[in-house]
Write a protein of this length. Structure first.
Length: 275
């Protein structure tokens, strides 16, 4: 009998049942407090990942302001900073289990500013404005393609690969091109250089909305164990980038952009061979 009373006592104290079989005032207050706490949790947002997303948004805005003031190196660095924040906010949300629909939508809007609007403005003010209507049309095509790319990613996406060139990679091509030109102090862009970069801007935008598949960096498991040589390779990679950052980054991102069409052409060629 003592054991039975001991087992019943916690239930009675938790529910505070009344002689009439109902629930006491304490139980009602506890349920009301839990319900209020659940409502606040549903209404609230996660602070840390959204603060990082805000950092990416600010970097994109700063890139636009810097381009207007002809600080093109600062604008390019701001775009790369936004890319670093964009990579970080998603991983932080997954690591801390703070993913949310609000965060996904906010991240998409931030990406549009940092990797769609900002690169288009940077390229336009850097040299495409001298081409007149062709210049702003090329910039608009890039920006529109970035918006379409983000909209498609929000509706249909697979973490194992990217369909179309990712907007941060496209923005990195624009930013590193301008950064390289300015760091080498090549002066005012010539008509040939601006026409070439207008073509690059349009082509990069088209790659964003293409059906080419690209490797997704999300497949890297940064929390798992890796061989010691992987760490050595990472250190060597960072060292190579630091030799000439704009040139090395441009080569890396152009190579990544061309990997999609190259893979597609290789598959077509292999399938066309007779068995």
């Amino acid at each position: 009998m003592n054991e039975d009373r001991d087992n019943v006592r916690p239930l009675a104290s938790a529910g505070k049942a009344t002689p009439e079989g109902g629930v006491g005032k304490g139980g009602e207050e506890q349920r009301e407090h839990e319900s209020r706490r659940d409502r606040l949790r549903r209404r609230g947002i996660y602070l840390l990942p959204n603060l990082i997303t805000t950092g990416a948004l600010f970097a994109g805005f700063f890139a636009i302001v810097a381009a207007v003031n002809t600080n093109y190196i600062g604008a390019a660095l701001a775009i790369f900073t936004a890319g670093a924040f964009d990579t970080l906010d998603g991983r932080v949300a997954r690591w801390t289990n703070t993913e949310s629909a609000f965060g996904a939508e906010y991240d998409s809007l931030s990406d549009m500013v940092a990797f769609g609007v900002a690169p288009a403005f940077v390229m336009f003010f850097w040299g495409l404005s001298t081409l007149g209507q062709i210049g702003w049309v090329a910039s608009f095509i890039f920006m529109a393609c970035a918006a379409l790319r983000l909209a498609r990613f929000n509706t249909v996406h697979d973490n194992s690969f990217f369909q179309g060139l990712a907007s941060p990679s496209a923005a990195a091509i624009i930013a590193s091109s301008v950064w390289l030109w300015e760091s080498w102090e090549l002066g005012t862009p010539s008509p040939f250089a601006t026409a070439f970069m207008a073509s690059v801007t349009v082509l990069t935008g088209v790659l964003m909305v293409s059906n080419f598949t690209y490797f997704s960096p999300k497949m890297f498991d940064l929390k798992g164990r890796v061989p010691f040589l992987a760490l050595v390779a990472g250190v060597l990679g960072i060292s190579v980038i630091m030799v000439e950052p704009p040139l090395v980054l441009l080569v890396l991102f152009v190579g990544y952009a061309l990997s999609g069409p190259t893979r597609y052409a290789y598959k077509k060629l292999r399938n066309s061979r007779p068995a």
